[in-house]
Write a protein that binds this ligand. Sequence first.
Ligand code: COA
Length: 160
Amino acid sequence: MPDMLVKLYELPEAAPLIRQLSEAGIVIRRALAPEKHIVKDWVRRTFNAHWESECDVAFARQPVSCFIATEGEKLVGFGCYEATCRDFFGPTGVDPAMRGKGVGKALLLACLQAMRDEGYGYAIIGGAGPTEFYAKTVGAVPIEGSSPGIYRGMLRQPQA
Ligand SMILES: CC(C)(COP(=O)(O)OP(=O)(O)OC[C@H]1O[C@@H](n2cnc3c(N)ncnc32)[C@H](O)[C@@H]1OP(=O)(O)O)[C@@H](O)C(=O)NCCC(=O)NCCS
C-alpha cells in the first residue's frame, strides 16, 4: 500500500457533491468533539482499532481533523487528516451499505479542502488501499518506494 501525492491546487470543488448528497439526506460535516466516543466506537466496530486510534488523535486537534457523513441520526462514514503525520489524509471509510453514492469522495474532498485552507500545497494519502479510488477522484499518484513507509515495524493486534 503506497502513499500517494495529491495536488491541492487542482482539487475539484467539494461543494457541489456535498450539496447533492445533502439533497439526498446525507450530511457531510466536520465532527464535533462531543461525538468522539460515538465515532471511535463505530470506526472500531466497522473497521479496526488502528483507525480508531487515529480518530482519537484527529479529535484531539482544533479544529477537529475528522469529517463525518450522517444520514438522519446515523453515522455512515468518516475521514480524518493529520492523524498519524502532518499533511497526511486518512484513515477513511464508508458504511458498506452506503458505498457507491459519492460519500467517500465527498469526505475526501472535504478533508483535502480543509488541508488546502490550512496552507498545504500538496497532501499525502497515507498507505492508500484503493489506489484507483484516489487516482480517479483527486488525481493522486503513488509515491515510489513509500510502502511500508512510515508504518514500517508498526505494532499490530492482537498482542499476547
Ligand atoms: C474507499 C471508500 C472510502 C470509497 O467510498 P465510496 O463512498 O464507495 O466511494 P464513492 O461512491 O465516493 O466513489 C467515488 C468514485 O470512485 C469510485 N470508486 C469507489 N471505490 C473504488 C475502488 N475501491 N476502486 C476504484 N474506484 C472506486 C466509484 O466508482 C466512483 O466513481 P464515479 O464517480 O465514476 O461513480 C469505501 O469503499 C470504503 O470505505 N472502503 C473500505 C475502507 C478503505 O479501504 N478505506 C481507504 C483506506 S486508505
